[in-house]
Design a protein around this ligand. Structure first.
Ligand code: PMP
Length: 306
């Protein structure tokens, strides 16, 4: 459940949490015409630091551009507004949700007539897939739902309406007793999870599907690839089939909400010993020390709120 913080940024001003409302005839509610981001701020010994804020704001604007959606604020204004929203809420660590959506004013499918509204909410959010999953790994299955065909809707866009696909797969996972689903693209290649990218380790190489397999260009994904390569591991973007997952030495998923979570099994096939592997644990530990500001090498990835 969402734990309320006190203020939400809405179209340029900070309003009380309970007043951050929109009209039922907002275009975004009916047609899924919105773009959003998921960002985290972590507690460090210099106060809260937002992880890779500029990259998230850039992806936000790129999502809008791909949908021909005009965000009526500059990149810098949104960047500063995110820092301000974290700061005024006095949270040490939090999840941050910027959203731009077509608002009230016009109905009908043509989105070009609608005004875009932008909000930024923050709230405390613990581990997304559970503390046990983070420590011991999660059970996954391959979904019967496919990731979007790029000629239907572009998987590169973090568009609100597109998450019906993720929700269908998430519900499928939960109803059938798993923690998370892995989605294949229409060609049968592994794309990603419902809200996370996927990695496998095979013969000491770190492998993740290319963006062209239908994966979101995840910022955690990019961070892990960079850290792994700095650690001296071979890192490859390579097409994966579901059978490649079954015989991986290790596997894990990455995302802002989920962070770095070991995969214990895929379709009931244990990955490795079924316990988090050594490389996964090393990368997971490195990730947490970086976001908490304990590794100066990656200090450029942290945006301190004050
Ligand atoms: N794939 C999907 C579908 C997602 O929603 C997310 C979360 N934004 C990710 C991957 C992971 O991306 P990131 O590491 O930037 O949070």
């Amino acid at each position: 459940p969402i734990t309320e913080s006190s203020k939400i940024w809405m179209d340029g001003s900070l309003v009380d949490w309970k007043d951050a409302n929109v009209h039922v005839l907002s275009h975004g509610l009916h047609y899924g015409s919105g773009v959003f981001e998921g960002i985290r701020a972590y507690s460090t010994d210099q106060g809260p630091a937002v992880f890779r804020l500029q990259d998230h704001v850039d992806r936000f604007f790129n999502s809008a551009k791909m949908l021909l959606m005009e965000i009526p604020f500059t990149n810098k204004t949104i960047f500063d507004a995110i820092k301000e929203t974290v700061h005024v809420n006095g949270l040490d660590s939090c999840y941050i949700r910027p959203i731009a959506f077509l608002g009230y004013g016009e109905m009908g499918l043509n989105p070009l007539m609608c005004k875009t509204s932008v909000s930024i909410a923050v709230w405390p959010w613990g581990t997304y897939l559970g503390e046990d999953g983070l420590q011991n790994g999660i059970r996954t299955k391959v979904s019967s739902w496919q990731r979007h065909d790029p000629n239907s809707v572009p998987p590169a866009v973090k568009c609100t309406g597109m998450y019906v696909n993720s929700s269908l797969a998430k519900v499928e996972a939960i109803k059938s007793g798993y923690d998370e689903c892995i989605l294949l693209n229409p060609q049968g290649e592994v794309a990603e999870c419902t809200g996370e990218n996927i990695f496998v380790i095979k013969n000491n190489a770190l492998i993740t599907p290319p963006i062209s397999s239908g994966a979101l260009d995840g910022i955690t994904r990019d961070s892990i690839m960079r850290v792994a390569s700095d650690m001296g591991y071979q890192v490859k973007e390579q097409t994966l089939l579901r059978s490649d997952l079954y015989i991986a030495d290790e596997a894990f998923l990455t995302g802002t909400a989920a962070e770095v979570v070991p995969i214990a099994s895929v379709d009931d096939r244990e990955i490795g010993s079924g316990k988090p592997g050594e490389m996964t644990k090393r990368l997971q530990n490195a990730f947490f020390s970086i976001v908490r500001g304990e590794n100066g090498k990656y200090k450029d990835w942290l945006e301190y709120v004050v």
